[in-house]
Design a protein around this ligand. Structure first.
Ligand SMILES: NC(=O)C1=CN([C@@H]2O[C@H](COP(=O)(O)OP(=O)(O)OC[C@H]3O[C@@H](n4cnc5c(N)ncnc54)[C@H](O)[C@@H]3O)[C@@H](O)[C@H]2O)C=CC1
Ligand SMILES: O=C(O)C(=O)COP(=O)(O)O
Length: 528
C-alpha cells in the first residue's frame, strides 16, 4: 500500500483518482509546521503540496520512503529542488491547469488598478459617495509591458490586445517567430520598462529573476507607470517599489504575491494606490480541479513505475523520443547492473556506446538508466535512482561519456557499456531483439546470448577437458539446478568462460568450492 500525504488544501474532486486507487492511502493534513512534517514524512511515498508547504531539505531528508513530490500548480520555489534531486525524489508540477485562471486574475488586477475599484468600493461600503477621488485611466492605446512571455504571460498579452493595448514583451527564450505569432513587440527588458504604461511580470522566481525589477528599472520607467505582480514575490524588489510609489514615479501597483507570505507588517498593504489579493491567481474551481487531477494522475504513474510527465528535476524527453528509447530502458539498466557486478575496484569512468538503430536517437535517458543500474548495485536501489544517478556520479568524480558508433556487430541495435575502475576495465554489450526483448551478447570480449534475468554464474576458466563437468557436479551436489549454460573460449586450450543460469542463489560456500576447482580462475555470482 502506498501512502500519499496531501499537506495543502487540494480540490477533493481533483484528487478523486488518488482517493479511488486501491493501493493508495491518502492522508490530508494541512497547516503542519516543518517539525510536524519531519515527524511524519518518513511513512509516505509521495507528498502533494500547493505553495504554502515549504518543502525544506530537512523534510526531504526525513522522507526516507519519499519517491515523489507533486506540486499542484506551477511555481516550485517552495520546494528545495537540489535536496530532492540529491535524495532521488522526483518533483513534478502541473504547469497547464492554472494558466487561464492566473491570466484572468492578472487582467482583473490590471483593471482594478486602472479604475481604482478596491479603494472606491471600500469608501462606498464605509458610507461615503466619493466620485472625485477615483478618476482612473483607460487601457485603450496604452502599452502593456510583459516580462516573461510563457504560458500565463502570453494569455495576459492576448487579453491586453483585446483591450486594444500595444504589447511589448521581454523573455530570454522568446523568438521573433513566436512574438510575431502572438502579435507582440519583441523587446529587451530595458525597452519594456522604458516604454510601458503597465508592467506585468510572469516569470518564475529564480536566481536570475530575483529583483529583476529593482531601483534601476524603476528609474527608467515612465512617470505614472502601473506595476502588476501575479507571479512571485521577489521578482519585484518590494523596498524599491515602495520608494517608487512614495515618490510618485509609480502611480499604482497590483500585487497577488509577496516576498513573505502571508505578508507581515508590509507597508504595501497600507498604501492606497496598491491593490492586493492573498495569492489568489490559481484560486478558481476550474484551476484547482485541473491541477489536482494532473498531479494526482502523475503521482499514480510514478508510484506504479509508469512513464510520467512534468518532472521539474529531470530533463524532459519529448514524446517521440520517449517512444523510441522506452523499449531499451530494461536493457540499459541490466547492462549497468551486470557490468557493476563483474567489475572490481572504485568506479572511475562509464562509457556508453550506441549503434545501429540507436545512432540517430537522443539516448541521454538511456545513459542515465545505465548509470542508475551501475550505481544502484553499489549504493542500493533506495539510494540511487533515475533522478539522482547523474549527481551521484558527479559527486563521486565518475566520468560519464556517451558515444555513437557505426559498428553494430551485425545486430540491428547495440548498446555497449565500458566501465573503468581503479583496477580494471570491463565491457559488456547487449541488444534488443525484435519480439524477444533484451539480450546480453558480449561479456569480457566473449560472444554470448544471454537473457538478462535471474541468478547467473560467470565462471572464467582454462579451456581443459573436465572443467565444465566439475562445475556441474559441484552445483548438482549442492542441489543447485542449472537452467541454461553457455561456454565461450578465446581459442583451443586458452581462456574461456562459462555462463550458467541457475534456479536459485548460490551460497558463498559453494562459490568458494567452485573457485577452488582445478582450471577455474574466477567465479562471480550475478543477479539481474
Ligand atoms: N499567483 C498565482 O497564483 C500563480 C503564480 N504563478 C507564477 O507564474 C509563473 C509563470 O507561470 P507560467 O507562465 O505557467 O510559466 P512558464 O514557464 O510558461 O513561463 C515563464 C516564462 O518566464 C520566462 N523567463 C524565465 N526567466 C526569465 C527572465 N530572466 N526574464 C524574463 N523572462 C524569463 C521563461 O522563458 C518563460 O517563458 C510561475 O513560475 C509561478 O511562479 C503561476 C500560477 C499561479
Ligand atoms: O501555481 C502556482 O505557481 C501558484 O502560485 C499557485 O499557488 P497555489 O497553488 O494557489 O498556492
Amino acid at each position: 500500500m502506498f501512502k500519499v500525504l496531501v499537506s495543502d488544501p487540494l480540490s477533493e474532486f481533483g484528487i478523486q483518482k488518488l482517493l479511488d486507487a486501491e493501493d493508495v492511502q491518502v492522508d490530508r493534513k494541512t497547516g503542519l509546521s516543518e517539525a510536524e512534517l519531519i515527524e511524519i514524512i518518513g511513512e509516505y511515498d509521495a507528498l502533494l503540496v500547493r505553495s504554502q508547504t515549504k518543502v525544506t531539505p530537512a523534510i526531504i531528508e526525513a522522507g526516507k520512503k519519499l519517491k515523489a513530490i507533486g506540486r499542484a500548480g506551477v511555481g516550485v520555489d517552495n520546494i528545495d529542488l537540489a535536496a530532492a534531486t540529491n535524495a532521488g525524489v522526483v518533483v513534478i508540477n502541473a504547469p497547464d491547469g492554472n494558466t487561464i485562471s492566473t491570466a484572468e486574475h492578472s487582467f482583473a488586477m490590471i483593471m482594478a488598478l486602472a479604475r481604482r475599484i478596491p479603494p472606491a468600493y471600500k469608501k462606498l461600503v464605509d458610507g461615503e459617495w466619493d466620485r472625485k477621488s477615483f478618476t482612473g485611466v483607460e487601457l485603450n492605446n496604452k502599452v502593456l509591458g510583459v516580462v516573461g512571455l510563457g504560458r500565463i504571460g502570453a494569455e495576459v498579452a492576448k487579453r491586453g490586445k483585446a483591450f486594444n493595448m500595444k504589447i511589448v514583451a521581454f523573455d530570454p527564450f522568446l523568438t521573433q517567430e513566436r512574438a510575431d505569432k502572438l502579435g507582440v513587440q519583441f523587446a529587451t527588458l530595458e525597452e519594456v520598462v522604458t516604454l510601458a504604461d503597465f508592467i506585468t511580470v510572469h516569470t518564475p522566481l529564480t536566481k536570475d529573476t530575483k529583483y529583476i525589477i529593482n531601483t534601476k528599472e524603476f528609474e527608467k520607467m515612465k512617470d505614472g507607470v502601473r506595476i502588476v505582480n501575479c507571479a512571485r514575490g521577489g521578482i519585484i524588489n518590494e523596498q524599491a517599489l515602495i520608494a517608487a510609489l512614495e515618490s510618485g514615479k509609480v502611480a499604482g501597483a497590483a500585487l497577488d504575491v509577496f516576498e513573505q507570505e502571508p505578508p507581515l507588517d508590509n507597508p504595501l498593504l497600507k498604501m492606497p494606490q496598491v491593490v492586493v489579493t492573498p495569492h489568489l491567481g490559481a484560486s478558481t474551481i476550474e484551476a484547482q480541479e485541473n491541477v489536482a487531477i494532473d498531479v494526482s494522475e502523475e503521482i499514480l504513474h510514478i508510484l506504479h513505475d509508469e512513464p510520467f510527465k512534468n518532472a521539474v528535476n529531470l530533463p524532459s524527453v519529448p514524446a517521440n523520443v520517449m517512444e523510441k528509447v522506452k523499449p531499451y530502458f530494461d536493457l540499459n539498466e541490466k547492462l549497468g547492473s551486470l557490468i557493476a557486478q563483474t567489475a572490481v575496484g572504485g568506479l572511475k569512468e562509464v562509457i556508453v556506446t550506441y549503434s545501429g538503430d540507436l545512432t540517430d536517437i537522443d539516448t541521454a535517458a538511456l545513459t542515465r538508466t545505465t548509470l542508475k543500474g551501475i550505481l544502484a548495485y553499489h549504493l542500493g536501489s533506495a539510494a540511487a535512482n533515475y533522478v539522482n544517478a547523474p549527481i551521484l556520479a558527479k559527486n563521486r568524480d565518475i566520468h560519464v561519456t556517451e558515444q555513437k558508433s557505426t559498428y553494430s556487430g551485425g545486430f540491428s541495435n547495440l548498446v555497449t557499456v565500458t566501465l573503468k575502475t581503479s583496477q580494471e576495465e570491463k565491457t559488456v554489450s547487449g541488444t534488443l531483439l525484435n519480439g524477444y526483448g533484451p539480450r546480453i551478447v558480449k561479456i569480457d570480449g566473449y560472444s554470448v546470448d544471454l537473457l538478462p534475468q535471474g541468478h547467473l554464474l560467470l565462471v572464467h576458466h582454462n579451456d581443459r577437458p573436465g572443467a565444465i563437468g566439475r562445475v556441474g557436479t559441484v552445483l548438482g551436489n549442492n542441489n543447485v539446478n542449472i537452467a541454461t549454460m553457455q561456454v565461450g573460449r578465446r581459442g583451443v586450450g586458452g581462456q574461456a568462460i562459462m555462463l550458467l543460469t541457475v534456479d536459485k542463489e548460490v551460497s558463498p560456500d559453494v562459490l568458494d568450492t567452485l573457485g577452488e576447482l582445478g582450471e577455474i580462475t574466477s567465479v562471480t555470482q550475478l543477479e539481474l
